[in-house]
Design a protein around this ligand. Sequence first.
Ligand code: ZN
Length: 245
Amino acid sequence: MSTIRQLIKKAIPAVIPQRLFLDHGTPGLHSDGHQDTSPTSKQRPTVNVSFTFDDGPHPEYTPRLLEVLNHYHQRGTFFVIGEKAQQHPELIERILDEGHEIGNHTFSHSEPSETSNRHFLEEIKQTDQLLNQITGRTPDLVRPPKGKLTVRKMLGLWLQRRTVVLWDTDPRDYLMTDRTDITDWCQQFHPQEGNICLMHDNHPYAIEAVKQLSERQDIHIRSHIVSHWLAHKSYQSIINQQVVT
Ligand SMILES: [Zn+2]
């Protein structure tokens, strides 16, 4: 990436409202009713973050991940691919039923550089319609494949008043080949308040990451759904009713 593009990418979160673009959460907005009940949390400083999981749902890994999240009282946001949601609608319902959140990650995860603006927005719409059929709701949150957007794709989403969600923490779990890779990452990770962590529930290591991060002895890492960080929750609920029926 060129220096100018890197500067633009860094500048966007500083000038765009969080309800339109989010790559980290702003501390101080903790009101989603997520009560921590882990017995050791009082003995450790708490850092509030968001675990996010892309590219599912997956018939094997997503249920195992949900079990681990629930065991540790953690909540996550799942950016699902439409064609996988179509194959496993029961997992979409389970994600929501268990207190997590769904975001739109396009229908086929087509390569951004080979996908026109129009086709990208059609995939978003197609996934919206599918998720609406399954859940009765349309997600506010959108994460583009690989986090890549053109200006026109971003404007297209903003015209729909969607929230574009990227991340500021990436363990690159999709490249890992051994359990020691994720163990090393979890041990060296120094979480900051509001971190949005990118993981993948079509790979096995997110499950281990949630387990190990939740068991850290030096710090209590508490994961919230991404919408936890959005100041305008009433706005979000209004948009739910407006986008695609
Ligand atoms: Zn993806």
